[in-house]
Design a protein around this ligand. Structure first.
Ligand code: 2BA
Length: 109
């Protein structure tokens, strides 16, 4: 068994959960925040059998799209000086950042 952990954009989260439910995959959605943009994103935890991993990756690819996002300047007064960006820059935020982890044991009580 594997645990698929996928960080995706909030805009795609409803579409992805609908697609997973439709294909009979169970998932948990967590509200998360990107370390760089400090903007909300969504993290899915999806537990699947090994042979289902590729199918789930396809569903993620079909339902999550990369987008350009503008990073506004952040005042060093407002927070950490390490994250100071002096002018707006455009970054491409990926459709999904996916980790696939082995599951030693899975129980439901
Ligand atoms: P954020 O950390 O908010 O990053 C958003 C986008 O900003 C990233 O898109 C990347 O294009 C850019 N970016 C991130 N760090 C950067 C830096 N130091 N310099 C310049 N540009 C930078 P993605 O790579 O598609 O990542 C989307 C989100 O996925 C991330 O949001 C983060 O929440 C998560 N993520 C990405 N890589 C990860 C990793 N190795 N471990 C854990 N989470 C990760």
């Amino acid at each position: 068994m594997k645990l698929i952990v996928a960080v995706i954009q909030d805009k795609d989260s409803n579409r992805l959960s609908d697609a997973l439910v439709e294909k009979d995959f169970q998932a948990t959605k967590l509200a998360s925040t990107g370390g760089f943009l400090k903007a909300g994103n969504t993290t899915f935890m999806i537990g699947v059998q090994n042979e289902e991993v590729e199918r789930v990756l396809e569903i993620i690819k079909e339902n999550c799209q990369a987008r350009e996002q503008l990073v506004a300047p952040i005042s060093p007064m407002g927070g950490n000086a390490d994250s100071y960006v002096p002018y707006p820059v455009e970054v491409q935020v990926g459709g999904a950042t996916v980790f696939i982890l082995p599951v030693d044991q899975f129980e439901k009580f």
